[in-house]
Design a protein around this ligand. Structure first.
Ligand SMILES: [Zn+2]
Length: 291
């Protein structure tokens, strides 16, 4: 193969095998957008002004994907995007922090750590601390970011033949949950627009989810947050929905995704995005109330 083609082939391979470690761009932006809007609505707390000041007038939506852009230059940060549960069987998958999150090096540890750092307001790092916090609160709500180590959160389950608007049809199960289902819903119903989709989710927070929203929030940020239980929620959601087809069979490689799978799980994903946005706003409000 001529060198130019070999380099091109290597480049293509590199992109094909980059491990996914986040909601896609849209998922993170939506979580940030929901939190931005909720903080704006109740700005007597000063939380919205705090965010503006720390982020130099950028929004949580603007900075929500930053942590994914530095994983190559800051490889230490990569394990902070997920929880891989070491021991799972068909019926049970329990996140054990002492086993699955050594030295707090996982996404629940990261949410706790960057909450404490944002609370402490170290002036030299506060900008990055708040950006990390925004991103990791998003990641901990993606069910397959807190899932089985055996399949790396669905990354090794492929190919799944599922068409994503303008992006082809061969994705891992993890990628379908990171961005596939979200991108298709946005393209088909919201003109591909994050804020229009985000506004719909905000309307669900006021209606369908209104009875639950207060229960989603954590009471305190003083020593840790509720991140470990949020991680277990994602594990439970992955086990109940992401890993199973509509007949309750475990999804394996070569599996073809049914239309009903995407339809049902779209609702699951929307609730997780809404929860992420509500909880991010809540953490920031608690941080401000501690000032
Ligand atoms: Zn991430």
């Amino acid at each position: 193969m001529p060198p130019a083609f070999r380099n091109l082939a290597l480049l293509v391979l590199t992109f094909l095998f980059v491990p996914a470690h986040s909601w896609g761009h849209a998922g993170h932006e939506i979580v940030g957008y929901i939190a931005d809007q909720l903080l704006d609505e109740s700005d007597e707390s000063g939380a919205s002004s705090f965010v503006n000041e720390v982020l130099s007038n950028s929004t949580l939506q603007d900075v929500a994907n930053w942590a994914d852009t530095i994983t190559k230059t800051e490889p230490w940060s990569l394990p902070l995007h997920f929880i891989n549960v070491q021991v799972c069987d068909d019926d049970s998958c329990v996140f054990v922090p002492s086993r699955d999150c050594h030295g707090n090096t996982c996404v629940s540890g990261a949410v706790n750590n960057y909450t404490q750092r944002t609370l402490a307001q170290h002036s030299e790092t506060l900008f990055d601390d708040l950006k990390f916090l925004t991103h990791f609160v998003g990641d901990i709500h993606q069910p397959l970011h807190c899932a089985k180590d055996a399949d790396k959160g669905g990354n090794t389950i492929k190919p799944i033949y599922y068409d994503v608007t303008d992006q082809g049809s061969e994705f891992s199960l993890h990628q379908i949950w990171d961005f596939g289902i979200i991108e298709n819903v946005m393209a088909e119903e919201y003109n591909g627009d994050v804020t229009t989709y985000g506004d719909y989710l905000l309307s669900l927070i006021q209606t369908d989810f209104s009875d639950e929203v207060e229960d989603w929030k954590c009471d305190t940020v003083s020593e840790s947050t509720c991140a470990e239980s949020w991680g277990q929620e994602s594990v439970d959601t992955a086990m109940k929905y992401a890993y199973l087809d509509m007949q309750g069979n475990e999804i394996e490689s070569e599996y073809e995704v049914e239309e009903d799978y995407a339809k049902t799980n779209r609702n699951v994903i929307e609730k997780r995005l809404a929860m992420g946005g509500v909880r991010l706003a809540n953490i920031i409000e608690l941080i401000i109330s501690k000032k």
